[in-house]
Design a protein. Sequence first.
Length: 220
Amino acid sequence: MGMGVDVRNRIAKRAAKEIKDGMIVNLGIGIPSLIPNHLPKDIQVMFHAENGVLGVGKSPEKGAEDPTLCNAGGFPVTTVPGASFFDSATAFGMIRSGNVDLTVLGGLEVSEKGDLANWIVPGKRVPGIGGAMELAKKAKKVIVLMNHCNKYGEPKLLESCALPLTAKACVSLIITDMAVIEVTDQGFLLKEVMGPYAVEEIKEKTAAAMIVSESLQIID
């Protein structure tokens, strides 16, 4: 089942709260690319794109797109004051040298150990893994945004991933349409519930053990 615009923006808005002033942040395609639209004005952050941009801004207004300016997914973007441009080799060098503070990626599956599968479904054509492998292993923190279940209603949070992995033990936090879940040494920790869902429903839709935080929050 697809995800509506309102739900996608709700997830992106929650993810924006994880971004701190002064960070260098890389955003994956899809829901992560909506995050710049939800940042407070007093947060100064430089968004990084693998195609060679540091300083990506909000999505442009319709009709105001610059055909020469896009993110790594090919979608039009704006830039902020101080933005810079460079080749893709330099962009990947920044990732591999550990200079990206946070990456926010989409996901197909995440295991209770923080393993991530997000680049291929066997039998389906894809353009390639892109920068996902480097980002997952070299960014200082990895957040995954995704549906809690796939289009068949099956859990995407699992004891172990069934799909080919992007990287092992890399995910710190997962934000879905149902919940905010931290990956800990003890497994999944439910930190926030997205209303109107309930704790038991989230547990039922998660194919791994889940600990409920003592400071659990409900997001209306």
